[in-house]
Design a protein around this ligand. Structure first.
Ligand code: CO
Length: 446
């Protein structure tokens, strides 16, 4: 797999994932083509040794896992890669069409997550998400992508806002409402959604629709060294995790790739990283392996999580914003993120283990610390740890312009990310005690 191929594959995944619900559907189809079977939380699970499975919650979070063969199931440990399905966007409010002087129709939207607002202007946007329909006594949630150049958040001319380049403060309720059409015929998003599903408009009960940027992913730069795409945070990590778990994994491990929704709004939802989703799936796996409570707790103590969320490269125009000594570069490899306040979970032990795994495969890694005067973000690992306490490291690919609707990354870093995740799922970590570990890569394990 070369750089161009892997990035084209990534762009296709992103293109097919304009909303968190679509990201879950894209992941599911990728997994199913590699033999993973869907499970439902409502059903009793009859899992088989050697089986590959995935389960979703709220259509927007997904957990995939593989069970070892019976002969390898005696001493299980979980190797988990966590990522997130959501990206900053705007959510359509109910009764969202607002007309102006009977000439224009705008959409009433609210902010989802912390976007950089300015780059959302003057580019073709569309709407995607899910609609809840009622037909023949069934309420059903169906994916919708109004896959056309449909709306635009239009700037005010500089002649009418001379201060636009002097640090303008945007109002979400005034500045960020996209223009979607005229008034004759009247615009109805509900009607468009219904027609895309071949349904009567009256069949739609509610809608969860988000704006998305229509621009496709591209490889660019003088030597094609960069990538640009919407939602690289965090679909680049999610894509890499599902690719890794679809390949060869260590026979003694229970590898998991879990993609949570709602990271961009604090993870406090039924399906977010603060929820019981991952814990519930892990408990059910351990029940199906007939582990006792102690057996489950012992498995946890042997387990490891890679919390995978993209981070910040040194910006060429703003080098002073980065830590003076530890600032990743695009194409410098997988970044390991540290924060003394534990917003990132990496510590000496967990990052030593992860670095050793990467080193054995010659996968480049680099280190990220926040500039001490620039508070950084939070991510999945420390939140998930409030539910399941296992050793964890925070990693990701370096980005520029994070939370822009079009983010910039390094073309080589997609490969490094996939390779690091593959290596992690092919390596068993033997805990010889609190402070001693041995890596058992697949070839040498038995
Ligand atoms: Co993120």
């Amino acid at each position: 797999m070369n750089t161009t191929q892997i990035n084209q594959e990534l762009f296709t995944f992103i293109q097919n994932s304009p909303s968190p619900y679509h990201a879950v559907a894209s992941a599911a189809s990728m997994l199913e083509s590699h033999g993973f079977q869907p499970l439902r939380e409502q059903d009793a699970w009859a899992l088989e040794y050697g089986g590959r499975y995935y389960v979703t919650r709220n259509q927007s979070s997904l957990a995939a896992f593989c069970l070892p063969e019976a002969a390898h199931a005696g001493n299980p440990s979980f190797h988990i890669i966590a990522s997130h399905s959501d990206s900053p966007s705007f959510k359509l409010k109910e009764n969202g069409e607002m007309t102006v002087e009977n000439r224009y129709t705008r959409l009433n939207v609210e902010r989802y997550g912390g976007s950089i607002l300015a780059p959302w202007f003057d580019r073709p946007l569309s709407l995607a998400g899910r609609v809840l329909t009622e037909e023949n006594g069934h309420i059903e949630s169906r994916l919708v992508n109004l896959d056309q150049d449909l709306a635009m958040i239009v700037n005010l001319a500089i002649h009418m806002n001379r201060g636009i380049n002097d640090g303008y403060k945007y109002s979400i309720q005034t500045d960020m409402l996209p223009l979607i059409g005229g008034c004759q015929p009247p615009v109805s998003v509900r009607a468009m959604a219904a027609s895309s599903l071949n349904l009567a408009e009256s069949a739609i009960l509610t809608m969860d629709l988000f704006l998305y940027n229509r621009m496709e992913g591209r490889i660019w730069g003088a030597s094609r060294e960069f990538i640009g795409a919407p939602r690289l945070d965090d679909l680049q990590c999610a894509f890499a995790s599902f690719r890794a778990i679809s390949g060869q994994v260590h026979p003694d491990l229970i590898p998991m790739a879990v993609m949570f929704d709602n990271e961009e709004v604090g993870s406090q939802s039924r399906q977010g990283a603060c929820s019981t989703f991952l814990k519930d799936v892990m408990r059910r796996i351990s029940l199906s392996l007939n582990l006792t409570e102690e057996g489950y707790l012992r498995a946890l103590s042997r387990s490891f999580m890679v919390s995978a969320d993209n981070g910040h490269a040194l910006h060429p125009n703003y080098p002073a914003k980065s830590d003076p000594g530890n600032h990743p570069y695009l194409n410098g490899g997988v970044m390991i993120k540290y924060a003394a306040n534990q917003k990132y979970t990496s510590d000496g032990i967990s990052s030593a283990i992860f670095r050793a795994i990467c080193r054995q495969e010659q996968i480049p890694t680099q280190v990220f610390f926040n500039h001490s005067d620039v508070p950084g973000g939070s991510t999945l690992g420390n939140l998930s740890a409030s539910q399941i306490s296992i050793p964890s490291v925070d990693i990701g690919a370096p980005l520029l312009g994070m939370h822009s609707p079009y983010e910039t990354g390094g073309a080589e870093d997609t490969l490094s990310l996939v390779a690091a995740m593959e290596a992690f799922l092919k390596t068993r970590i033997e805990y010889e005690g609190e402070q001693s570990f041995r890596l058992l890569p697949m070839e040498k394990s038995r």
